[in-house]
Design a protein around this ligand. Structure first.
Ligand code: HSE
Length: 434
C-alpha cells in the first residue's frame, strides 16, 4: 500500500488535533483513501511540552527547513497562524514543489491572491477548508457544490469565541470576561483574542468567502468591522423583549454592481435560522439564484473539528497525487483570468433597521426631542421602551427599534442627539438583520 508523507509546521491546538486524528482514525482514512497518510515531521519552537500524543523518534523538530526541504514530504500543513513567518514558510514550501494546507484565514484574507498564484504556477494544490467554520465544509461547497449558482448573499456566525460569549451572556447571565476565559481554555480563541472580540477574525473569514463567492479580490482594510465589546446585558435583555437575539454577524451581499461587506453585532429575529446557533457553533447562510437558502451549521473552532477539516484537505490532495492528476478546482474558485475587481459599497449607503439604546434624563419633552431629530433625518420609529425611572440627574435607558434607514442618516441623527443636554452618554446602535 502506498504512503503519502506529510509535514506540519506548528504544533498547537489544531496541530495536536491533526496528529491525533491521523493516529486514531488511521484505519478509516486508509479504507477510504486506499493509502496510508504518515506525518513524518512536525516543526515547532516548543518540542518539550507533552501534548499527550505519542510520536516516533525524530518526528518533532525545531527546524522548519526539515519540513520544507524534506525530500519525501509531498504535503506541508501550515498551522502557526498570523501573516509572517507563515506566508514565507508557505511560499518556500510551494517553491519546493509541496502542496500546502492551512487554517490561516488572516493570511488568506491579506495574501490569498499571492498564494493562489504561487500554487497555480507550480501546478500544486492549496487546501484551506479549516480556515473558516472549522468542520463546516463551506470552502468545498463554495468551490465545488455551488459552482452553477450566482451567489447573492452570505451571512455568517463565523467566530466561535464571540458566539460563545454572547450565548453565555444571554443564557446564563455570565459576565463577558469569564465567558472569554472559558472560550480561551477550550481552545477556540485566537492567540490575540481581540481578533475574536473585535470582529477581525470574522472579517478575515468573510473576506475569503466573498472572494470565492463572487470572483473578486477583497481589499481587507476597507471592510467595516465592529466587535461585541460594547454589547451589554441590557442590550441582550432588550433584544429578547423585542423578539430578537444578538449575534456577531459577518455579512456579504452582492447586488450585481457592488458588494456590501461588513462585520458587526446584529439583532436577528428568533425565527431566523441562525438565532439558535449557540455556544461555539458557527453557521453560514448562503442565498443564491438556484437554491434560495442553504444554512450550514457546525463546530467552528477547537482541535478536532478544525483538525478534521485539515485532514479532509490532506486526503483530497493525496487522492490527486495517487491518481497522478493536478488540481482540478481553481484555488480562488474562479479561473484566474475571470477574477475581476467588484467595488465595495460604502457603509454610509447601506440601509438597515436599527435598535438604538439611549441613556437620557427622565423628564418631560425628552422623547419628543429625540423622535423629532430622528424624524428630521427620515428615520421612523417602529416601537419603543423606557426602562424604569431614574433618580434626579441620572440617566434612564430609552430603547427603540427604527424602520429601515440609511447608515448616513442614522449616524447624522445620533450625532445631533448626543449633543443634547438631556442625553447622558453615547448611544448604542445595533443593526437589525431581518
Ligand atoms: N478564534 C476562532 C473562533 C477560531 O473563535 O472561531 C476558528 O477560526
Amino acid at each position: 500500500m502506498k504512503t503519502i508523507k506529510i509535514g506540519m509546521i506548528g504544533f498547537g491546538t489544531i496541530g495536536v488535533g491533526v496528529a491525533k486524528i491521523l493516529a486514531e482514525n488511521r484505519n478509516i482514512i486508509k479504507k477510504r483513501l486506499g493509502a496510508e497518510v504518515e506525518l513524518v515531521k512536525i516543526a515547532d519552537l516548543d518540542i518539550i511540552t507533552d501534548r499527550g500524543i505519542a510520536l516516533a523518534e525524530g518526528v518533532l523538530t525545531t527546524s522548519v527547513d526539515e519540513v520544507i526541504n524534506h525530500p519525501d514530504i509531498s504535503v506541508c500543513i501550515e498551522l502557526i497562524g498570523g501573516y509572517e513567518p507563515a506566508r514565507t514558510f508557505m511560499l518556500q514550501a510551494i517553491a519546493q514543489g509541496k502542496h500546502v494546507v492551512t487554517a490561516n484565514k488572516a493570511l488568506l484574507a491579506k495574501h490569498g491572491d499571492e498564494l493562489f498564484l504561487a500554487v497555480a504556477q507550480k501546478g500544486l494544490s492549496i487546501g484551506f477548508e479549516a480556515s473558516i467554520g472549522g468542520a463546516i465544509p463551506i470552502i468545498r461547497s463554495m468551490r465545488e457544490a455551488f459552482v452553477a449558482n450566482q451567489i447573492q448573499s452570505i451571512e455568517g456566525i463565523v467566530n466561535g469565541t464571540a458566539n460563545y460569549i454572547l450565548s453565555k451572556m444571554s443564557d446564563e447571565n455570565c459576565d463577558f470576561d469569564s465567558a472569554l476565559k472559558e472560550a480561551q481554555e477550550k481552545g477556540f480563541a485566537e492567540a490575540d483574542p481581540t481578533f475574536d472580540i473585535e470582529g477581525i477574525d470574522s472579517a478575515h473569514k468573510i473576506a475569503v468567502l466573498t472572494s470565492l463567492a463572487y470572483g473578486t479580490p477583497v481589499p481587507f482594510d476597507d471592510i467595516m468591522v465592529s466587535g461585541i465589546s460594547n454589547i451589554t446585558a441590557d442590550d441582550i435583555d432588550c433584544a429578547r423583549e423585542f423578539g430578537y437575539r444578538i449575534k456577531l454577524l459577518a455579512i456579504s451581499k452582492y447586488d450585481g454592481h457592488s458588494i456590501d461587506i461588513r462585520v458587526h453585532p446584529a439583532m436577528i429575529p428568533i425565527s431566523h435560522p441562525m438565532a439558535n446557533v449557540n455556544g461555539s457553533l458557527n453557521a453560514i447562510r448562503v442565498c443564491d439564484d438556484l437554491m434560495e437558502e442553504n444554512v450550514l451549521i457546525g463546530h467552528g473552532a477547537g482541535a478536532l473539528p478544525t483538525g478534521s477539516a485539515v485532514v479532509g484537505d490532506v486526503v483530497e490532495i493525496a487522492r490527486n497525487i495517487l491518481h497522478g492528476i493536478g488540481e482540478r478546482v481553481p484555488a480562488g474558485s474562479f479561473q484566474n483570468n475571470e477574477i475581476k475587481s467588484i467595488p465595495l459599497k460604502d457603509i454610509s449607503e447601506v440601509e438597515s433597521d436599527y435598535f438604538l439604546r439611549f441613556s437620557v434624563l427622565d423628564k418631560p419633552g425628552v422623547l419628543s426631542k429625540i423622535s423629532g431629530i430622528l424624524g428630521n433625518h427620515s428615520i421612523s420609529i417602529e416601537s419603543m421602551i423606557q426602562k424604569g425611572r431614574a433618580g434626579k440627574g441620572m440617566g434612564v435607558p430609552l430603547v427603540m427599534m427604527c424602520h429601515k434607514a440609511s447608515e448616513k442618516n442614522i449616524q447624522s441623527a445620533l450625532k445631533e442627539i448626543e449633543e443634547l443636554d438631556m442625553v447622558c452618554e453615547k448611544a448604542n446602535l445595533i443593526r437589525v438583520e431581518k
